[in-house]
Design a protein around this ligand. Sequence first.
Ligand code: SOE
Length: 381
Amino acid sequence: MPEINVAMIGYAFMGKAHSNAWRQAPHFFPGPLQPRMKVICGRHREAAAEAAARLGWEEVETDWRKVIARPDIGIVDIVTPGDSHAEIAIAAAQAGKHVICEKPLANTLPEARSMLAAVKMAGVRHMTLFNYRRVPAMRLARQFLEQGRLGRLFHFRAQYLQDWIVDPEFPRVWRLDKTIAGSGALGDLGAHVVDICHYLTGLRLDKVSALLVTMIPERPLPDQPRRMAPVTVDDAALFLARAGEMTAQFEVSRLAPGRKNCLLLEINGSRGSLRFNLERLNELEFYDRTQPEAVQGWNNILVTDARHPFIPHWWPAGHILGYEHPFVHAVAEFLEAVSSGGEIHPDFADGADCNAVLDAVERSAASGHWENVQPLAAACS
Ligand code: SOE
């Protein structure tokens, strides 16, 4: 089977999730291309070497430019903080590499547009890794929506809540610094639910009215706990949106005690409704109004049967999946797209669509008015 060498730039939390995916994909989704975990890249050699040994990468490099210049590398997987996504992805595309990039695609809309233009110009395959699209229950939900089982769409409702920065003594880590992270809960959590809204409904959010709040404006520096530094991103974001006639509402926060990684969705249509909770990710709730009235009620579907998406590759019915599996699905489908030259979603256009919504949210929070989501530039279409 032909091999393709993969280089991963970055090695922290997402580096662990992606490394596991590269390792597992060929075992559970044997496909046309065998990925080889060739080189991992990080600025600090010792830490990168430790990650390489633990996560299973063959070589270590400290300069991503050297990685991209290597002719033996076929895929570049970017898991660094958002401030370096654009530079690395554009250089990788220009060097003819296929590119995977963690979400959000970029810290700003202009950067996202340049990234999209670069991959299109280079003719390489590209993917924004919104992992939740490949939770089996999410793909099943999408099938229901495509089949018209919800009818005319009225409302999309999403909350994504975490609690890891509730303590005011929690340090001002990079995710709380706008120059590195771009935004706070908005880009980190809001990006996921905006993308899921686009994915499930097939509609694009077109206008928003938003509020961004920072409740804990300064925190101790990680390496100097007696010195305080300003938090320059939002702790929480709330926004209303429209996609044509459908209304959408979003609440994302990292200040919600008890909510660990709680992504809740509800979609209401003329024929029924869907509900999903990421902390119960093997389940999808469906209310079908077309059933006889006497039996109408919420059905809780355990999405672990062989007829459900992705499941035949894993375990027998009822043997549940977890957080790491959607990353495996993403990598396996990306390898297929690289091999066939076919389309893969979410691509950089989907990533840029999401950035366009985040951009409108930031403008609306600043202006206090409804703001239109800018369409992607014609140059990118
Ligand atoms: C933030 O805590 C975070 O790790 C996000 O960055 C991920 O995208 C999300 O999947 C889980 O939460």
